[in-house]
Design a protein around this ligand. Sequence first.
Ligand code: AMP
Length: 488
Amino acid sequence: MIKSFLNTKKPRDECAVFGVFNNKDAAALTALGLHALQHRGQDSTGIVSYCKNQSNFFGHRGIGQVSEVFGDSNIIKKLEGMSSIGHNRYGTTGETALKNVQPLFSEILTGGVAIAHNGNLTNTNVLKKELINNGSIFQSTSDTEVILHLISTSKGDLIERLVYAIHSINGAYSLVMLSNECLIGLRDPLGIRPLVIGKLKNSYILSSESCGLDIIGAELIRDVEPGEIVVINNKGLKSIKPFANAKLRPCLFEYIYFSRPDSILEGKNVYQVRKNIGKELAIESQEDKIKFDKVVPIPDSGNAAALGFAEHINKPFEFGIIRNHYTGRTFIEPTNTIRHLGVKLKHNPNFESIRGLKIALIDDSIVRGTTSVKIVEMLRNCGVKEIHMRIASPPVKHPCYYGIDTPSEKELLASKYTVEEIAKIIGVDSLKFISLDGVYRALGYKDGRNNQNPEFTDHYFSGDYPVKLVDKTIGIKPSQLSLLIETK
Ligand code: AMP
C-alpha cells in the first residue's frame, strides 16, 4: 500500500528571466545568462531583442535547453539590437507548447512589448474570465498573457499601464519586459522570486540570480526590491515603488534547493546558507547520539548541507554516491523500461567508500519520496551498514502556488505520514528533518522564525500562504475556459 503511494514523478522547478540594455552583443549575452540559469527551467527557452535602427523586434523561441535552441550562432546574429530579454521555462501553469514559450510579445497601443515571467499568479483564471468577457483574445495558456492583456486594456503610458496591471494580479512574479524605449524589471510586493540588477560597463543587466551576471563578467549592483519597478533607458535607471505595503518575504526554497549555490540573493551566498543549514541540522541531530562513520550527500542537492554537517560533527565528508551529469531532459520522464532502471540513470553508489559503514545520508528535501526510496535501496544493495537520513529542510506538507511545481497535498509524503512512517517507507534506520526555526537560524535569525512577522515565504513547511489563493478559493479551473489542444 505504502509503496504504491510513491511514483516516479519528481517536483520540477520554475523559470528564469534575463535582460540586457545597451550592449551590441545583447542577444549573445542573454543566451549566456540563460545558460547559467538553466537549472531554473529546461523545457523551453526564448529571446526577444529590439533594434532601434530598424525599429523592429526580433525573436526566437524553442522547446529544449539553451544550448539546443541557441546553439547555432546564426540564430543569435539574427537577434539584432542593443537590448534584449530572455526566458527559460519549466511550466508551472499552461502546457509545454510553443505558444507558451516566453518571452511573449504583443503589439499594443504604446508599441511593441515583450514580457518574461518567473513565478505564478494565483488569480489568473478569475482575471482571464473577466478579460474574455470584455473581448480579450488569448493565444496561450500561460498566466503571463493575462499581464499583457491587463497592460493592453488599461490607460496611459506603458509604466502607468503596468502599475495598473500589477495592482490587479496576485501571486509571485519577477518580470522583465522590453519596449522600444526601455528595459523594465519588477518584483511582486513580497519579492517572492529573485531578481538582481547588474552592470557591465555601460550596459545594464537584469537576471533571476547573480550567477547569470557572473558568466558575462557583470558586476552585481543590487536586488530589485520587493514591489519595485526599475525602468532602464538611455537616461539610466529609474526606480518606481507603487506599493505602499511592500515587504520582503522571499521564497525559502530558493535558498534550500532552487537557486544555484554560487548565487548571492538578498546579500546571502546560497552555498554558505546551505552549509549553515547543514550545521544547524547536525546540532539538532546531536540528541540522537548516533556515531556516524561518514557523512554522505545525495549529489548535488545535498552537497553543501552535508559539508556543513560533516564539519560540525568532525567526521569525513564522502562522495558515497556519484552523479551522472549527462542525464538530459529526455531522461527526466523516460519510458517504462528506462524508468525501471530508476535512479541509476542519475546516481550510482561509490561502493568502496561506504560499504559496511554507518552513514549520515544528507539531502535537501523529501517531496514525494521518489529519490530517497531509490537511493536508499541502492545503498542497501551495496552493503552500507546503517543509513541515517538527515534532511536539510522541514517536512514539505503543503503545495506551492507561487511558481514551484510541488504536487498536491495527497502526493506529498509528509502531509500524509509521520516522520517514523516516512522512515519506514524509505527504508532508513532513522530519519530527521531540520526544524523550521533551525533553517531561520541558519539564515541569521538567531531566535528562529518570527511567527508574527516571518521573514520568508515558507508555506510548504508552515501552511502560511502570504498571498491570497484566489483561483483555488473560488474554485475556477482552467478547464472551464476552452482551449485548443494543438497536435504536434
Ligand atoms: P522527491 O524525490 O519527490 O522526494 O523530491 C525530492 C528530491 O527532488 C530532492 O532530492 C530534491 O533535491 C529535489 N527537489 C526538491 N524540490 C524540487 C523541485 N521543485 N524541482 C526539482 N527537484 C526538486
